[in-house]
Design a protein around this ligand. Structure first.
Ligand code: ZN
Length: 343
């Protein structure tokens, strides 16, 4: 099959387009999907670069997100047929342990993500457990579905399930351009919250506003935690979404109200932050981490995508063979919205 293979960890020069990679075979309970669209995530860059102690069999295939059609079915699969159009839940769990059976499959000890822990979607074919393939309504395109899955399920689980966001609350989203952050803007608006966004420049601020953000702060023009203090009449916001991490967490602690919560699903600026602990207890702040989402949240958020209530913004499309250029673009950070590989 055609695929982009990662031969060793490092820069984009280690991504190679091949046409003769062996296609994966579906085992019991699995399906093989002919990938039509695969979306990029920051996760792909981190896995490509690798980290200390990473032990991934190489060559590896990156990519968490995909939509396409079912092309082969393993034994014991019910409710899906060859030719069905599907979108994939990129979170793979065992389906049998206590956490999976209690609906917390993203906490499964065997939990993995397509393209991080197993071969992913930068390929003509990918194999997943049948329960990870969700049928796509005819009116939803492959690229829309692929662009939605990981970022929306992650943002939904963090804001709604873990963060318990309620109508009437205020949310500050630190950073505007990334996939999870733009999904967070839309989900927070849908939930009835007032949304503040910190953008790195005026152009990104305008784009965040077009997505529904109520107030955008251009951090190149003013100190954003001070701006929040002023805009909320010294109260602070109910919820801060901070997936930037090291560079921003202390400003987030200042911007959140007394008794507020800070939601974290990632750390694009680095993971080793120095936190002034006094603010945490004095202000009764809750730091709430999460990763990915249980299957129930995937189903719920994809229903909203199918209904058009959440619409992923696609900023660029590349053919599969140009995955390296697509990753370079994502790494530069000058895109707003998702980059999709057309397979
Ligand atoms: Zn499990």
């Amino acid at each position: 099959m055609r695929a982009i293979i990662l031969e060793k960890h490092g820069g984009i020069e280690n991504l190679r387009y091949v046409e003769d990679f062996p296609a994966p075979q579906p085992k019991v309970g699995e399906v093989r999907v002919r990938v039509r669209a695969a979306a990029l995530n920051r996760l792909d860059l981190w896995v490509r670069e690798g980290w200390e102690g990473i032990k991934l069999p190489l060559p590896h295939i990156l990519g968490a997100d995909a939509a396409g059609e079912i092309e082969a079915i393993g034994n014991g699969v019910q409710g899906l047929a060859v030719g069905d159009r599907v979108v994939l839940n990129p979170g793979i769990s065992c389906g049998q342990c206590e956490l999976c059976l209690s609906g917390q499959d993203n906490l499964c000890p065997k939990f993995g993500i397509l393209g991080e822990d197993m071969h992913g979607t930068y390929a003509e074919y990918v194999v997943v457990p049948a329960r990870n393939a969700l049928k796509l309504p005819d009116h939803v395109s492959y690229e829309q579905a692929a662009a939605a899955a990981l970022v929306y399920l992650t943002a939904w689980h963090s804001l709604i399930t873990r963060g318990n966001l309620k109508a009437g609350e205020s949310v500050l989203i630190v950073g505007a351009g990334g996939g999870v952050n733009s999904a967070s803007i839309q989900i927070a608006k849908l939930a009835g919250a007032t949304v503040y966004v910190v953008a790195s420049n005026a152009e990104k601020a305008a784009q965040a506003q077009a997505l529904g953000a109520d107030v955008c702060i251009d951090r190149s023009a003013e100190d954003w935690s001070r701006a929040i203090f002023r805009l909320t009449e010294r109260r602070g916001v109910d919820v801060v979404v901070d997936n930037v991490g090291m560079a921003t967490i202390n400003s987030s602690i200042r911007a959140v109200r007394r008794g507020g919560r800070i939601l974290i699903v990632g750390n694009t600026s680095g993971y080793s932050a120095n936190i002034d602990m006094r603010y945490l207890f004095a202000k009764h702040i809750s730091l709430i981490g999460s990763t990915m989402a249980p299957h129930a949240d995937f189903l719920q958020v994809m229903r909203l995508v199918f209904a058009g209530k959440l619409q992923p913004l696609i900023s660029a499309r590349y053919p599969l063979a140009e995955a390296a250029q697509a990753q370079e673009r994502l790494a530069k950070g000058d895109v707003f919205g998702k980059i999709v590989l057309m397979v």
